[in-house]
Write a protein that binds this ligand. Structure first.
Ligand code: PEP
Ligand code: MG
Length: 905
């Protein structure tokens, strides 16, 4: 084997030691702690076997064998087959059945089972071991020929499809034709005679597709099936699932070979799936389905309706009692809710699988808190156990679990929650209809800053393009609106005010429902359930209370308005880490003044307009500072390029051309031409790197002087009324100490003057954002002037990578992720190796200059659990995120602290 064919992730030692390795473990040799090696299913079967539960005997081929299989270009590792045949001998003894036995044949299932559950993503072969002779034997033992023939035809179909890659449709078509010929609707109605000819037909399909006969030797069947399960680790759907769930590609799957038991051997047989607690509500009750006289497949195929698990109590009370006992035992043993699969064969219970149950957010918090009450787990374990995404589910309305609606498209879930409303295709209509009390969903190809007024009034946002850090996603998350982006199947026609998906067209005014938690788009109204306030959620409050006792990082919120600040407080924020003042400039009543200020040609004229803005801004700041009394509020001075406050250039060109052509409204034409001229003047080739941030303060100091005056006047007024206002003034986009110095020199006198005028002292801070690599690299210098740092990780990511976020997300991030050029979207989770290093340097250098320098993060990453972990590691004082993400950030900060102390133990 050439070295070049060995994947880089494979440790060399494994390759060279292959001959000596143990590839196969009997169930009785394994244990729960061997999940890495035996996969979840194998470890579960082993643990149940050890605990003396009735598990059909079997063995597991390790995940290591799978890795070795790939390392050797798709060959079974040396020694593996010998170990399998040895294990088979033991299995035959345990089962008291034998492969090929004409009276009592052993049949096995061959199932995949990775370390992490990947439901339905990999392959399984059931009823392996059947041929003409063993089928007859099975029929005789079961006293049911139909059952045996049905098992045989299922086996051929599964084997053909999974092992040989035969198109499953060919078998399905033959089955449908057989039913049609027989004049029956369902599979069980096919008579043995019909089934016998169907088996023949299946064998012919197999021969035709593969060019050889179906293998009659069970050993050959088994060998082929094992390889097929290994191969199924790398099917496209498995790869996609792993990417979604962030499961590493290099784990490999184990293969479980286990004696078949049959739940379809009459009324005292059956099969079921049950959870030891209700996975939807968390209630402590056995919850699940039972299907008498059936195999697991029938449950999945939905041929017959299942009964609630309680039905087992009626049918077979002793079996039910035994199962209940095992459930309790397993839950206690694993100290977590278990998802159990079982089969009853002629009154005998077999436990097939146990694994940690997937659960809703509601169930997750309720169960964790109950288990603390039952002394099953500690408070810290309860905190560590809740996935941030589960907590998030509780915060937003969601699709009712029983809703049967089918989505017409799926996009990228960008902001959680479900919403129903009439589709509208432009922001003005969204704003107008929204204000009139209608529920609307704003549907756009993509959104831009001019759409914000419509987004505010919309119940949800759907865009055809964009990723999780696109404009729509960021704004929607900030506002807590459900949002789906990048729904590429949704073809939006903004001119026609409609969208279509595969021939279904939705026009303006027609209702749609979106689920921003899953990315699903539905036509019409789908029932949703409202979110409850977390403070009223007993279990969630308990979890968050424990999280607060555990975390070191503070959690602040980004809030531009008093209403956001109130939401932030309600969710437990300990400060405002970013108040973006430009959003205040965009509001209807001040935009004309802001525009007049920008249109001004002289400083005097500009100052005149700014004087009109001053009382309005003062009111804004008073509002937010008083809501946050006693807590810090970081107010960022103007950041975006000025053209963003003026009408769109293309619109102006179009409107002036129309007016010129018609000769109508000469006054309006003159006004628009003037604005267009200013827009042209302000036009930049690359506004992201142009005249914005601190550069505006340097060139137009009067703007930020007004802002500082407004902040300080508001704070003084409040302090006079004994309201503890604590403003922190923040300058964006600083790259050099000199910039900050120049701006500080302009602003400090204003702050001092206001305090003097008002006769009040305000404890305020003056600081900067770190969002340019140069600022991070020279943080030691910058800290001489700045009393605090706040990482603007959105811009810092853009400038570190040299990516423009919108362009990157639109054109190449997806491709980069697919080709693993990027491991994660850096606009979603901080790039630890690049941006993270700059942050680490800035924290270190900054604190060298100013020991108690307050350092936080206010970029969108502040609400991302993985980025929060990094912020904890870097020793930041706080993370600041949208008010809606505060609870999740509290939990993530606690989990970072728990992980930290676990790794240092
Ligand atoms: C940032 O860059 O991360 C930041 C908070 O600033 P903005 O997103 O407003 O550019
Ligand atoms: Mg920024």
């Amino acid at each position: 084997m050439g070295k070049g064919t060995v994947p880089s992730w494979l440790p060399h030692t494994i390759c060279s030691m292959s001959a000596a390795r143990k590839w196969v473990y009997l169930f009785k040799e394994g244990s729960a702690s061997m999940r890495d090696l035996l996969g979840g299913k194998g470890a579960g079967a082993a643990e149940m076997t050890r605990a003396g539960m009735p598990v059909p005997p079997g063995f597991t081929i390790t995940t290591e064998a799978c890795r070795e299989y790939y390392a050797h270009g798709g060959k079974l590792p040396e020694g593996l087959w010998k170990q399998v045949t040895d294990a088979l001998v033991t299995l035959e003894k345990q089962a008291r059945k034998r492969f090929r036995d004409p009276r009592n044949p052993l049949l096995v299932s061959v199932r995949s089972g990775a370390k992490f559950s990947m439901p339905g993503m990999m392959d399984t072969v059931l009823n392996l071991g059947l041929n003409d002779v063993t089928t007859r034997a099975l029929a005789a033992r079961a006293g049911d020929e139909r059952f045996a023939l049905d098992a045989r035809r299922r086996f051929i179909q599964m084997f053909g499809k999974t092992v040989k890659g035969i198109d499953g449709q060919r078998f399905e078509a033959a089955l449908t034709a057989a039913k049609k010929r027989a004049g029956v609707k369902t599979d069980p109605e096919l008579s043995p005679v019909r089934l016998r000819s169907l088996v023949k037909r299946y064998l012919a399909i197999y021969r035709d597709a593969t060019g050889h006969e179906f293998p009659t030797d069970p050993a050959e069947q088994l060998r082929d099936a094992i390889e097929a399960v290994f191969r199924s680790w790398n099917t496209p759907r498995a790869i996609t699932y792993r990417r979604m769930e962030r499961i590493p590609d290099d784990l490999g799957t184990a293969v479980n070979v286990q004696m078949m038991v049959f739940g379809n051997m009459g009324p005292t047989s059956g099969t079921g799936v049950a959870f030891t607690r209700n996975p939807i509500t968390g209630r402590k009750e056995l919850y699940g389905d039972y299907l008498a006289n059936a195999q697991g497949e029938d449950v999945v195929a939905g041929v017959r309706d299942t009964e609630p698990i309680k039905a087992l109590k009626r049918h077979l009370p002793k079996v039910y009692a035994q199962f209940e006992r095992y459930g309790r035992k397993l839950e206690k043993h694993y100290r977590d809710v278990q998802d159990l699969e079982f089969t009853v064969e002629r009154g005998k219970l077999y436990m097939l699988q146990t694994r940690a149950a997937k659960r809703t957010g509601e169930a997750a918090v309720n169960i964790a808190v109950d288990m603390v009450g039952e002394h099953l787990i500690t408070e810290r374990e309860a905190v560590a156990r809740i996935e941030p995404r589960q907590l998030e589910q509780l915060l937003f309305p969601r699709i009712a679990p029983g809703a049967k609606a089918q989505p017409i498209a799926r996009g990228v879930p960008a902001s959680p929650g479900a919403a129903t409303g009439e589709a509208v295709f432009d922001a003005d209509t969204a704003a107008e209809w929204g204000k009139s009390g209608k529920s609307v969903i704003l549907v756009r190809v993509e959104t831009n800053p001019n759409d914000v007024h419509g987004m505010v009034e919309a119940k949800g946002i759907l865009t055809q393009t964009g990723g999780t850090a696109s404009h729509a996603a960021l704004v929607a998350r900030g506002m807590g609106r459900p949002c789906i982006v990048g729904a590429s199947k949704v073809a939006v026609d903004e001119d026609q005010r409609s969208f279509s998906v595969d021939g279904t067209t939705v026009k303006q005014g027609e209702e749609i429902t979106i689920d921003g938690t899953t990315g699903d788009v539905f036509v019409g109204r789908v029932p949703t359930i409202e979110a409850r306030s977390l403070s009223k959620h007993r279990a969630a409050s308990a979890i968050l209370g424990w999280a607060d006792e555990t975390r070191r990082l503070q959690v602040w919120a980004n809030a531009d308005y008093p209403r956001d600040a109130r939401k932030a407080l309600e969710n437990g924020a300990q400060g405002v880490g970013l108040c973006r003042t430009e959003h205040m400039f965009m509001e209807e009543d001040r935009l004309p003044i802001v525009q007049a200020m920008i249109m001004a040609t002289t400083t005097r004229e500009r100052e005149k307009q700014l004087a009109r803005l001053l009382p309005i801004q003062r009111g804004d700041f008073r509002g937010i500072l008083s809501v946050m009394a006693g807590l810090p509020v970081v107010i960022r001075l103007i950041d975006p390029p000025l053209h963003e406050f003026l009408p769109n250039r293309e619109d102006l060109v179009r409107d002036t051309a129309t007016l010129r052509a018609t000769g109508k409204s000469p006054d309006r034409l003159k006004r628009l031409e003037k604005i267009l001229a200013r827009v042209e003047e302000l036009h930049e080739a690359n506004p992201m790197l142009g005249l914005r941030g601190v550069r505006l303060s340097v060139l137009f100091p009067e703007i930020t002087r007004m802002q500082v005056r407004a902040i300080m006047e508001a704070a003084c007024d409040l302090r006079k009324r004994n309201v503890d206002a604590r403003p922190e003034i923040m300058i964006p986009l600083v790259g050099t100490l000199a910039e900050l110095h120049a701006v500080h020199a302009e602003l400090k006198p204003v702050a001092q003057l206001v305090q003097k005028e008002k006769g009040v002292r305000v404890p305020y801070k003056f600081g900067t954002m770190i969002e340019i690599p140069r600022a991070a690299l020279t943080a030691g210098e910058i800290a001489k002037e700045a009393e605090f740092f706040s990482f603007g990780t959105n811009d810092l990511t853009q400038t570190t990578f040299g990516f423009s976020r919108d362009d990157a997300e639109r054109h190449f991030i997806v491709n980069y992720l697919e080709h693993k050029i990027l491991p994660r979207n850096p606009f979603e989770t901080i790039d630890e190796d690049g941006v993270g290093r700059l942050m680490a340097l800035a924290v270190k250098e900054g604190r060298k200059t100013r020991r108690r320098l307050e350092v936080g993060i206010c970029g969108e990453h502040g609400g991302d659990p993985d980025s929060i972990r990094l912020c904890h590691k870097l020793g930041l004082n706080y993370v600041s995120c949208s008010p809606f993400r505060v609870p999740v950030a509290r939990l993530a900060a606690a989990q970072a602290a728990i992980g930290d102390s676990a790794s240092t133990k």
